[in-house]
Design a protein around this ligand. Sequence first.
Ligand code: IPM
Ligand code: MN
Length: 352
Amino acid sequence: MSKNYKIAVIGGDGTGPEVIREGIKVLNAAAPKFGVKIEFTEFDFGAKRYLKTGETLPDSAIEDLKKFDAIYLGAIGSPDVKPGILERGILLKMRFALDQYINLRPVKLYQNVETPIKDKGPEDIDFVVIRENTEGLYAGGGGILREGTQYEVAIQESINTRFGVERCIKYAFEYTKKRNSKKKQLTLCGKTNVLTYAFGLWERVFNEIAKNYPDIKTDYAHVDAITMWMVKNPEWFDVIVTDNMFGDIITDLGAVVGGGLGVAAGGNINPEGVSMFEPIGGSAPKYTGKNVINPIAAILAGKMMMEHLGEVEMAKKIEESVQKTILKMKSMAAGKMGYSTTEIGDMIADSI
Ligand code: IPM
Ligand code: MN
């Protein structure tokens, strides 16, 4: 397998470029130790480019991005641009155009990271949410009629195809099978008691595919109930699979259970194409340029990227070094870490 990787870097908005810089620092420190070469190519998509040129992510850029092994993204979103333009124009466009149909979001509490969940520790909080990433309410189905009048009608439809649901659930079973956990359990999160069309399909497909995985325990939870269990009994979960909208919602809860947005990373994965890795916390504009934001989420996104590319040992080493550095930190919150953004990056890189 090739040990040379071409990575497209989109620092993006706000603190995005600051945290990605630390991520690259760590990847550059680790690469030579594992016989890996990484070539980074920067792209300037984000608010600044949009305000200057009116361009979000042009189709030509999608073609460019297809030539890379993976994409490393900081954050998209700026108070200077109307909400939705950059999110839809860049982030969602990338997920859809590159068919990154899996959004993989680990919820893992590291040692010395504080969780708001009372009496729960790292041994209790270690699960993964697999969110379908190209369909559901995000697919753009629906429309608006008589907009702005008293008679307006707004319809937002959830699109669920057998093809889309099947590939997501298959991925989730394979992921659960390979995941290094004792439980080997996959939970479907839905709303079969009300959204009977959409989650009826999810449930049927889930049960059909489960037959091929007799060693995996299966479970089901309604989305409202799961928000309660994730707080009360996070140790119940191993892998959760769900649709796009529910996955969006429960992974913010997951992030906070796992110690906050400072440590939460995710992967937007096309197993047959180009995947994108990002810290999921957003651009945190008020901290821009202050060197106080926590780069660990971005560094863990880099770790996930290497894991995805097959560099499992390198990923492990990065994670170990992150854990060592976390032991020295006061908090995961911006400005309260006891160290600056660049110092955290240095400490992790040095420990590698
Ligand atoms: C996320 C974000 C995005 C989403 C927004 C910014 C479009 O919340 O990655 O979870 O809704 O998917
Ligand atoms: Mn979200």
